[in-house]
Design a protein around this ligand. Structure first.
Ligand code: HEC
Length: 278
């Protein structure tokens, strides 16, 4: 067995529970070793740029797109929405640490009182509920714009998601997200892992497949295909649909747990959202 295949079998072993008992940190290290072994020329932070880290032609088009960042309007709209007071006179700034500026790296986190994973998007609607405002839809629109602004103020901050050792429920949430990532589903019977771990760097029709490492660094994203800015849960829904699996509700517990796992895998990378993708 060559080294790459050995590593892949180790990584799949870890994730399917056939290997030695692994905690989040062992999972992350195995993931990191696998990708850096597979893409030895790609500097670590480059994984935050998805497939553009290793597809040169697509990268050139992407750099051109970034000359006039298509998400800029969303950042401006998001800032205006973020700063506008609620009917009761309070605002988003009152709900978050540091007035909501530069804090995206704290999300998602496991809320011990709630007993659930809280993503930034969920926290935005929690803030609205606490101030008697209606929730915003999770996939696109105002909430995505607010999230884009909050990401923008967090650029360059290092992801540092924690799975508290002393809380078995937090570990269970992480494990459930990991299991989702490694479970095959849909008519095509593919897991997230089938495409983004096993086949990362290979072509799927017109797309080169990106790596799990870096998947959580840059949300929300302006996609040319969408013609607007959308959240991570919108992208995940699409990946479910691609294999003809039924997408779950955005911000469902399952998707939040998945985001918890996914973001943990990118610990140590810098946030670089919002971003553009084709
Ligand atoms: C059939 C293959 C396939 C499966 C299975 C799949 N994806 Fe994807 N995914 C893609 C393709 C194609 C793209 C667009 C090209 C790229 O960025 O990899 C993509 C893109 C993404 C992106 C955006 C990457 C970026 O740089 O912005 C994320 C995040 C993602 N997938 C997560 C998931 C998750 C989570 C699952 C499991 C629920 C999953 N994918 C399952 C094919 C797949």
């Amino acid at each position: 067995m060559n080294n790459k295949i050995l590593l892949l079998s180790v990584i799949i072993g870890l994730f399917t529970g056939t290997g030695a008992t692994a905690g989040p940190e062992e999972d992350r290290t195995a993931m990191l070793e696998y990708y850096t072994g597979r893409f030895p020329d790609v500097p670590l932070q480059e994984f935050a740029n998805g497939l553009y880290a290793f597809d040169e032609i697509a990268r050139e088009q992407w750099i051109e797109m970034e000359d006039f960042p298509p998400y800029e309007i969303a950042i401006e709209d998001g800032q205006a929405l973020f700063e506008a007071p609620f009917a009761n006179g309070k605002s988003y700034a009152d709900c978050f640490d540091n007035g909501g500026i530069g804090i995206r790296q704290q999300y998602p986190y496991f809320d011990a009182d709630l007993g659930e994973v809280v993503t930034l998007e969920l926290a935005i609607n929690q803030c609205r509920a606490a101030n008697d405002e209606e929730p915003l839809p999770y996939l696109t629109g105002d909430l995505a714009a607010i999230s884009a602004y909050m990401s923008y103020t967090s650029r360059g901050n290092t992801i540092n998601v924690k799975v508290p050792q002393d809380n078995p429920s937090a570990l269970a949430a992480y494990e459930s997200g990991k299991q989702y990532y490694y479970t095959r589903r849909g008519q095509l019977n593919f897991a997230c892992m089938s495409c983004h771990v096993q086949s990362a760097g290979l072509m799927l029709r017109a797309d080169r497949l990106s790596t799990t490492l870096g998947h959580a660094t840059h949300w929300p994203v302006y996609r040319a295909k969408w013609g607007e800015i959308g959240t991570l849960h919108k992208r995940i829904s699409e990946c479910n649909s691609q294999v003809f699996a039924k997408p779950l509700e955005p911000q469902s517990i399952e998707y939040r747990n998945l985001e918890y796992f996914l973001t943990y895998m990118s610990n140590g990378l810098e946030l670089n959202g919002p971003a553009s993708r084709r």
